[in-house]
Design a binder for this molecule. Structure first.
Ligand code: NAD
Length: 345
């Protein structure tokens, strides 16, 4: 059945947003997201911009001025993954640079068991809140002698308080019961110690939300034993990155976990996964993570109805167990998943 559409004029002009197709599987999964959003009645005017490897090869820079200008104008973006070349000095992560440029200090990744997706656990429903601007991702590394290098872990009270406040505000808004700060302050007493003391300080101001702490190694163990016990996780940048992938594994893998990079002025939505070079260009990638990132974008810009429609269609698609990509045990292509979702809409 086709979605009934009201005339566009009555609902105002489409909301401008920047679309970064990205590298690897990025163009395939973002194309699916754009098609599904349009079919659901999302009113978005996409401004398509290149970044990462694609931009580096075409215009000699991974973050072209046009991309920065576009995000400054639209303030919101949907982004495919960008390739960062491992170990190549002088080519800093474009993702890190984008997050810094737009001060997207909060990385939010909802991890939820999906209907019809068989995994070791059911009933998982947690949110990873990751500090996005500092820590070992500051990119400060140097060789102090041949065979000896240092990577600098930067933790500031300002950024730690800011992300803790964000997590508690999110918990209140989303009616979450408990926040667990995850750390290694037993070893990194100064840096993780500062992060923790800021989290405690903020926690005191939010007595209605329970607050706890776990050392990161123990947190990983508890997460793979009883993930249902967790609600909101508050982490520094590196632990947040690693624990996000672990959490994705609890609910069906990287193909189904969306994400948002949020700041006070700008927001860029993107799946947790990377460019998946092993399956890029083969129409095999699961587009659901990108599509669900698009759902987060729609809610962010106040378009709840198309967002809810897509959510319902994804639930139906997964319950049908017919059209799913290989990572979820099926044989469907990326575009077939998008086509089926559009049909369900
Ligand atoms: P990856 O997430 O690209 O892939 C890990 C595994 O998950 C692979 O086996 C891949 O096939 C699978 N996978 C990922 N997404 C999938 C999907 N949608 N459907 C089905 N299977 C999927 O991680 P990687 O291989 O470690 O990284 C590859 C590149 O991506 C690197 O250059 C890295 O820097 C970059 N990266 C970018 C981002 C980003 O732009 N936000 C995030 C992570 C990694």
């Amino acid at each position: 059945m086709k979605a009934r559409r009201r005339p566009a004029g009555r609902r105002g002009a489409p909301r401008p947003a920047t679309l970064i197709p990205g590298d690897g599987i990025g163009p395939e999964v973002t194309d699916a997201a754009v098609r599904v959003i349009a079919a659901a009645g999302g009113r978005i005017a996409w401004d398509v911009q290149i970044a990462g490897k694609a931009a580096f090869e075409k215009v000699g820079t991974a973050i072209p001025d046009a991309l920065v200008a576009s995000i400054r104008r639209t303030r919101v973006g949907l982004k495919g993954p960008l390739e960062t070349q491992i170990g190549r000095v002088g080519y800093r992560s474009v993702n890190v640079a984008l997050r810094k440029t737009f001060d997207l200090y909060a990385n939010v990744r909802p991890i939820k068991s999906l209907p019809g997706v068989r995994t070791a656990f059911s009933g998982v429903d947690l949110i990873v809140v990751r500090e996005n601007t500092e820590d070992l991702y500051s990119g400060i590394e140097h060789q102090i002698a041949p065979g000896v290098v240092e990577s600098v872990k930067v933790i500031t009270a300002r950024a730690s308080r800011r992300i803790a406040r964000f997590a508690f505000d999110l918990a209140r808004r989303e009616k979450r019961r408990k926040i667990v700060a995850i750390h290694k302050a037993n070893i990194m007493k100064l840096s993780d110690g500062l992060f923790l003391s800021c989290a405690r300080e903020v926690a005191k101001k939010h007595p209605r939300t329970r607050y706890g702490e776990l050392i990161v190694d123990n947190a990983c163990l508890q997460l793979v034993r009883r993930p249902q016990d967790f609600d909101v996780l508050l982490l520094e940048n590196l632990y947040g990155d690693i624990v996000s992938d672990l959490c994705a594994g609890l609910v069906g893998g990287l193909g189904v976990v969306p994400g948002a990079n949020l700041g006070t002025r700008y927001a860029i939505f993107e799946a947790v996964h990377g460019t998946a070079p092993d399956i890029a260009g083969k129409n095999m990638a699961n587009p659901l993570a990108a599509i669900l990132s698009g759902v987060m974008l729609l809610r962010h810009v106040g378009q709840r109805r198309p967002a809810d429609r897509i959510d319902r269609a994804v639930t139906r698609l997964l319950r049908e167990r017919r059209t799913r990509t290989r990572d979820l045990g099926g044989t469907a292509t990326t575009s077939a998943v998008a086509d089926r979702l559009i049909a369900l809409l």
